[in-house]
Design a binder for this molecule. Structure first.
Ligand SMILES: C[S@@+](CC[C@H](N)C(=O)[O-])C[C@H]1O[C@@H](n2cnc3c(N)ncnc32)[C@H](O)[C@@H]1O
Length: 522
């Protein structure tokens, strides 16, 4: 559809108690927004020629007036009907605070899940981690929360696709972060529900009504309907865009291509897939066979992956797992379970878990042997989760919030028999579980993490007794953090011997990990 140019009248009512901007487009409703929205700029150019310029797919610039050039969205479905008086939610400056605000939409509506997902996506795009962004969602009922999470995860996993489409439908970044995030969330839902496209668009427009007093309802409607009209051509064009096709940042793809010329497409594919739910059976409490049997009785078929790892055929809520609350089982990727197996703690040993939170490997070490374990982490919030995990498992360690590189602050001078150094890294091997890192990581982070890792190694090594073992671990696939890091360390420390090295590239059954088991010469 060709939209006609419109003339916009922008005015600013300053100094008044209400303090609003307003904008009138020919034949359209007046669009108003509060001046208090510091980040907000009118979606339409104020100076003539005014009108929202949307990129047409063939680069023919069309002027599309705010609302009426496109068929108005049909009335919201009953599930999206307003249940309370509209409130302003989200102004782009404080997405996390806004994420906690209640909307007026029905909690079980698609509109509500799109809106919630938009808050989360906007927060991630502004630099917050997905975990933090999700925590800021108000404690909705589990179904509402799960629906929003699914949209947020799915949208982030499809890195590059939504952005590709928006670049072609909008001539510039929208000045309102959550509205742009709402468009990304909706494009994801349109991808998974192409059969219900018009219902999805209606719901998105209802969600837009909850942002900035509904100022962008027309824009959201226009962009999404424009997308539906051009969908086939856009999807065809997307095939030429590397980031959209492979759903990873260009720098990341270039590195994978260089390092893994034969298998990089598979690695990318695994990174974009849904992760399995893998369990670690607590062999102190139950045998593997008995637990497999109790899963079977609960209607939860699984596959044995070796060691204590069982991969469920389909993910479920943890409270459905037999004996979860009693510590019979933990959630842990099969690749992560290799850490304790490689370090092989022995009864009576004094072990340091230098970067322990949230404690997945801490629990596993304690399940394998009666050891004296000191578990440190620099992050106090994450450290609390270690204590919760150990409590559930009925296991005991000394857990402290501490910087493991500042040993003068916490070390009693007694050398350790074994050290687990599960160091901070780019997490490029676990991107299917943490799709936000596609947005958060920069190429320069690889070197930054590598420098931090070499400092950690250098500071931890003197705490190991002669003959003791240190297991270096990352969940990265970049060599600078892995083999190259260890090669450089062995040059710096001639007294260190490499006992074993294991590089697990991401596969359906496990995430990507790197392990190097080192021994200190006697
Ligand atoms: C890869 S995670 C550890 C995962 C953990 N081992 C597990 O299996 O659940 C890295 C951890 O290192 C912690 N960390 C980073 N720098 C640290 C430091 N200087 N001292 C102690 N912990 C640190 C981070 O807070 C983060 O929790």
């Amino acid at each position: 559809m060709h939209a006609t140019a419109g003339t916009a009248i922008a005015s600013e009512a300053s100094g008044s108690a209400e303090c609003i901007h307003q904008l009138q487009l020919p034949g359209s409703e007046v669009v108003k927004w509060p001046k208090a929205c510091a980040h907000y700029r009118p979606p339409l150019a104020i100076s003539p020629p005014a009108g929202i310029v949307l990129n047409s797919f063939h680069r023919r610039q069309q002027r599309i007036q705010a609302v009426p050039s496109l068929p108005p969205s049909s009335s919201p479905s009953p599930r999206a009907q307003r249940v309370r008086k509209p409130i302003l939610a989200g102004n782009g400056t404080a997405p996390l605070a806004a994420a906690g605000a209640r909307s007026t939409l029905a909690p079980d509506s698609l509109a509500e899940s799109l809106l919630r997902a938009a808050h989360v996506i906007a927060a991630v795009r502004s630099g917050r981690s997905l975990t933090v962004a999700l925590r800021a969602l108000d404690p909705a009922d589990p179904a509402t929360r799960a629906a929003a999470q699914e949209v947020a995860y799915g949208s982030l996993r499809r890195y590059g696709c939504g952005e590709f489409i928006l670049r072609r439908l909008l001539d510039r970044t929208l000045p309102h972060a959550e509205t742009e995030a709402l468009l990304l969330a909706t494009l994801y839902r349109l991808h998974t529900r192409p059969d219900a496209a018009y219902m999805v668009v209606d719901q998105a427009v209802s969600a837009a009504g909850e942002l900035v007093g509904g100022a962008f309802r027309g824009l959201v409607n226009a962009v999404l309907r424009n997308y539906l009209r051009q969908r086939e051509a856009l999807l065809t064009a997307m095939a030429d865009d590397q980031e959209a096709t492979f759903q990873h940042p260009a720098w990341w793809l270039a590195r994978l291509r260089r390092t893994y010329p034969d298998c990089w497409p598979e690695l990318v594919g695994v990174g974009n897939s849904l992760p399995p739910m893998t369990l670690r059976v607590n062999r102190r409490r139950v045998t593997l066979n008995d637990y497999v049997e109790s899963l079977r009785r609960s209607g939860l078929p699984c596959r044995e992956l070796g060691g204590s790892a069982l991969m469920l055929d389909r993910p479920v809520a943890v409270d459905v797992l037999p004996g979860f609350a009693d510590g019979l089982v933990s959630i842990q990727d099969a690749g992560a379970q290799r850490a304790a197996e490689l370090l092989q703690p022995m009864a009576g040993e004094r072990v340091l878990d230098a970067c322990c939170a949230p404690g997945g490997k801490t629990g596993h070490l304690l399940e394998l042997a009666d050891i004296e374990l000191l578990a440190l982490d620099i992050d106090s919030d994450r450290t609390r989760r270690v204590q919760d995990n150990l409590l559930r498992l009925g296991l005991v360690a000394t857990v402290r919030v501490a910087d493991c590189t500042a040993s003068e602050q916490w070390w009693d001078g007694q050398p350790f028999d074994a050290i687990l150094a599960d160091v901070p890294c780019t997490a490029s091997g676990v991107v299917r579980r943490h799709p936000d890192i596609k947005y958060l990581r920069r190429e320069s982070d690889v070197r930054r993490f590598a420098r931090l890792q070499s400092t950690l190694l250098d500071k931890l090594w003197p705490l190991l007794r002669p003959g003791g073992r240190l297991l270096y671990a990352t969940c990265s696939v970049f060599p600078e953090e892995n083999g190259a890091q260890i090669d450089a360390f062995l040059v710096r420390q001639p007294g260190a011997l490499r006992l074993a090295e294991e590089r697990l590239l991401p596969r359906e059954e496990h995430d990507g990990f790197f392990y190097a088991l080192l021994r200190k010469a006697l």
